[in-house]
Design a protein around this ligand. Structure first.
Ligand code: EPU
Length: 420
């Protein structure tokens, strides 16, 4: 198992290029199950999650070939329809194959994902949406078994207690592309990753309108074709580098970062003290040498993303006063709080809220990564901590960042990957 040894104290300066978005690539790879023709997808990050989904597609009759940052995916129609627990357990996004399998092959058997390190993550809304399209769904030995001769268009509401659902929208949307007639999804997720999926599906011949709004209208078609597509840049990876620039009092040109996908993040970082200058290639981010305390609430897009909550918490640990962070998407997503505490952070958690009392310094310590974004927060903390930080279990970070140390070290970071 790998760990990172980080020597803190460097100011990060220079240029870094953002990879393609993990959370766009995964559903788009699953969408390849909707056609018997080959698809070519560019900008696919080489991540553990992408490799897991490739294995799953192969067990479902697919052939996945990587060539640089592009994947060519071809799927034979007559493959297995079973996504077993071993794969789903490794990566929850495996559940994205449910809608496409059901729509294309008329049946799917997908292990029910369990909770994750930041709490319960139900998929009831996915299942309600697919049932509204006419699927018969039952649970059998921990697997969701879904069947439908042909799905039928319907009006589907996908809102839940924490807003819409991103992969739920992806699942129902993909299923509806091949349904008979019109489907209207209300309270659809508006995330840029859903817009990217819609662009890919439309390139395959789907008829979907309303991407980026809470109302998607899908006119079902008889079949879809192979298509070419390039994945959007990863707004969460970009946001992580932006935080690194402010935190280390540095200056980073984040190439590929899209201002239109990062409005809430840019706004919040400016309140905290960042200088953010958009240019033709991305965003130039530096610090005005002062980190201001602030209030922050995570929300579905276009609100502040939950996937950057932990990283901004690290930044606010060094602010000039008390900050309040409220998590409205995953109320239990605070695994990083205790680990940041080991580095001298002063954070008190009350329900879905963390009160962060700014302190002058963080100190290096051995800490443990618990989930993907929490690990990123610990790596960031290591960059500014006095002395040496050891972050264990970096396989979590490898799920969502393409060799983060290879991107940060050229900017001046001192991160060594070691085997332990
Ligand atoms: N929810 C339900 N029922 C459902 C589905 C969701 O109650 O059927 C609740 C969830 O428990 C949560 C909220 O709705 O409280 C939002 O969950 P959502 O379904 O939108 O999350 P997801 O689709 O499983 C994706 C990303 C996550 C990201 C969330 C929120 C992918 C593969 N994953 O998850 O990314 O945090 O949206 O933006 O797209 C990450 O990259 O680190 C990550 C966890």
């Amino acid at each position: 198992m790998d760990a990172f040894i980080i020597q803190g104290g460097s100011r990060l300066r220079g240029e870094v290029t953002v990879s393609g978005a993990k959370n766009a690539a995964l559903p788009i790879m699953a969408a390849c199950l909707l056609t018997g023709q080959e698809c070519r997808i560019g900008g696919v990050p080489d991540l553990a999650d992408v490799r897991h989904l490739s294995v799953l597609l192969e067990t479902l009759g697919g052939a996945v070939r990587r060539d640089g940052d592009a994947l060519t995916i071809g799927v034979a129609d007559d493959g297995d329809v079973h996504a077993d627990y071993d794969l789903v357990r490794k990566m929850r996004a495996s559940v994205c194959v449910l809608g496409p399998l059901l729509a294309k092959r008329g049946r799917a058997r997908v292990a029910m994902p369990g909770g994750c390190s930041f709490g319960p993550r139900p998929i009831d809304i996915h299942l309600r949406g697919l049932a509204a399209l006419g699927a018969e769904i039952e649970l059998d030995e921990g697997d969701i078994v879904a069947k439908a001769k042909r799905l039928r268009g319907a009006e589907v509401f996908l809102g839940g207690p924490f807003g819409s659902t991103v992969t739920g929208t992806a699942n129902v949307l993909m299923a509806a592309t091949l349904a008979e007639g019109r489907t209207v999804i209300e309270s659809a997720a508006c995330e840029p990753e859903i817009v990217d999926l819609v662009d890919f599906l439309n390139a395959m011949g789907a008829r979907i309108a309303g991407a980026g709004t809470p109302r998607l209208v899908i006119d079902g078609v008889e079949s879809l074709e192979g298509a070419e597509h390039r994945i959007i840049p990863d707004r969460i990876e970009a946001g992580t580098f932006m935080v690194a620039a402010v935190l280390t009092n540095g200056e980073i040109h984040v190439r590929g970062a899209r201002q239109d996908h990062l409005m809430a993040v840019i706004d919040k970082l400016r309140q905290i003290g960042a200088i953010v200058d958009p240019d033709a290639d991305g965003l130039c981010v530096s610090s005005n040498r002062h980190i201001h305390a602030t209030d922050l609430t995570t929300l579905p897009y276009p609100g502040f993303p939950t996937d950057l909550q932990a990283q901004v918490m690290t930044l606010l640990c060094l602010a000039d006063g008390n900050s309040i962070i409220t998590e409205k998407v995953y109320p239990d997503r605070f695994m990083h709080v205790a680990e940041l505490g080991r580095m001298g952070a002063k954070i008190r958690k009350e329900g879905p809220t963390a009160i962060v009392a700014g302190t002058k310094r963080l100190v290096g310590a051995p800490v443990m990564a618990s989930d993907l974004r929490a690990s990123a927060a610990l790596v960031l903390a290591g960059l500014v901590a006095e002395g040496r930080t050891k972050v264990s279990r970096v396989y979590h970070i490898d799920r969502g960042y393409e060799r983060i140390e290879a991107k940060l070290n050229p900017l001046g970071a001192r991160i060594e990957r070691v085997e332990v």
